[in-house]
Design a protein around this ligand. Structure first.
Ligand code: AMP
Ligand code: MG
Length: 328
């Protein structure tokens, strides 16, 4: 059995005064709130000396990305863009610039299904308080949803909106990006076996006690049930569902994934799970395929290398990308 040195044990005790986590032999597991959701980090300790430090680095990274990209924090760089980029080009950090470029790439790949300017209308929804924009507000603001209106200048590292009322939100890609960043930190610190999740976005490296990891996909209409429990290795998995943030009014479900064409919730599917090599990609694609719907969504995934999908349609029926269907 793996034994902690006294010094490392003391460090763990001191750290646990501030954060709570379980030390189960050689594994560390910690869950906490960040980016408006629950995050879990689990990894096999490569060296007892660095375990607490490594955990803290990963927690700090999640909070750093939240502080940079949250649309709800007025001090975030993203909020600054939303306040000023309609009037003048805004110089931004390389990190945020690169994620805006990546978002634009996904917009092109998905013919606009993924569009961070969905927020030009999307910000008027308040799912907790069952608030939605009026049809008139949607009609007035819809023209601001267009990824082509987000002008990126590589040389100056600036962003400028070409329409006056554009708002952007990275909620469809930032959690996946954060998970990738955290996995990189773990790897850089010698971790080989790990699981990191933020809401519906997870990534695993290595094994769990020499076995494959099991990752459950939530049932979209029954919180107590799992849809499937998948044995996996070296992969990212992202689920987008209409049950995560929603309210119902007059028998219609309003949820947080917006069809950029309508400014209304996308309603063809109940949930989309994407398996891909990186979490950033899996996250952006799960949101995109949810908007694209069954046929266009599966066509997109079937055309991409190393990418698989599990879809639940509006009737609760399961559909798979070709590579998974062939396994059945
Ligand atoms: P996810 O749970 O990963 O599907 O992300 C849902 C989040 O993505 C929402 O809460 C929004 O912040 C954002 N979002 C909603 N609709 C879109 C869209 N059409 N394109 C890009 N991001 C979106
Ligand atoms: Mg997503």
């Amino acid at each position: 059995m793996y034994l902690f040195s006294l010094k490392a044990k003391l460090a763990l005790i001191i750290l646990s005064l501030f954060i709570s986590f379980d030390v189960d032999c050689k594994w560390i597991s910690h869950s906490f709130e960040v980016m408006g959701t629950q995050s879990t980090i689990e990894f096999e300790v490569p060296s007892e000396k660095i375990a607490p430090k490594t955990l803290q680095l990963v927690i700090d990274e999640m909070h750093r990305i939240d502080a940079l990209m949250s649309p709800f924090k007025p001090t975030s760089e993203l909020s600054k863009i939303n306040r000023l980029a309609s009037t003048t080009p805004i110089h931004i950090s390389k990190e945020l610039y690169d994620l805006l470029v990546k978002s634009a790439d996904f917009s092109k790949l998905t013919e606009g299904a993924f569009d961070i300017s969905f927020s030009s209308v999307g910000y008027l929804y308040d799912y907790r308080n069952s608030v939605k924009p009026t049809q008139k507000q949607i009609e007035n603001l819809k023209k601001n949803i267009n990824y082509r209106s987000i002008r990126l200048n590589k040389k100056n590292q600036t962003v400028k909106f070409l329409q006056p009322l554009v708002k952007i939100d990275l909620g469809g890609i930032a959690k996946g990006y954060a998970v990738d960043q955290c996995i990189q930190i773990l790897k850089d610190n010698g971790v080989v076996n790990a699981y990191v999740s933020a809401g519906g976005d997870s990534r695993i490296i290595g094994k769990k006690d020499n076995r494959l990891w099991y990752i459950g996909i939530k049932h979209p209409r029954d919180k107590k049930r799992l849809l499937v429990n998948l044995p996996l290795e070296e992969v990212s998995i992202s689920t987008s569902g209409d049950y995560e943030r929603f309210f119902e009014k007059d028998g219609v479900r309003y949820h947080h994934i917006i069809d950029p064409k309508t400014g209304d919730s996308a309603r063809g599917l109940q949930s989309v799970t994407i398996l891909a090599p990186s979490s950033t990609t899996a996250d952006a694609l799960s949101t995109s395929v949810f908007v694209l719907g069954l046929n266009k969504g599966l066509k997109l995934v079937n055309g991409l290398a190393d990418t698989s999908a599990i879809l639940v349609d509006s009737q609760g029926r399961l559909h798979y990308s070709d590579d998974i269907a062939r396994l059945e």
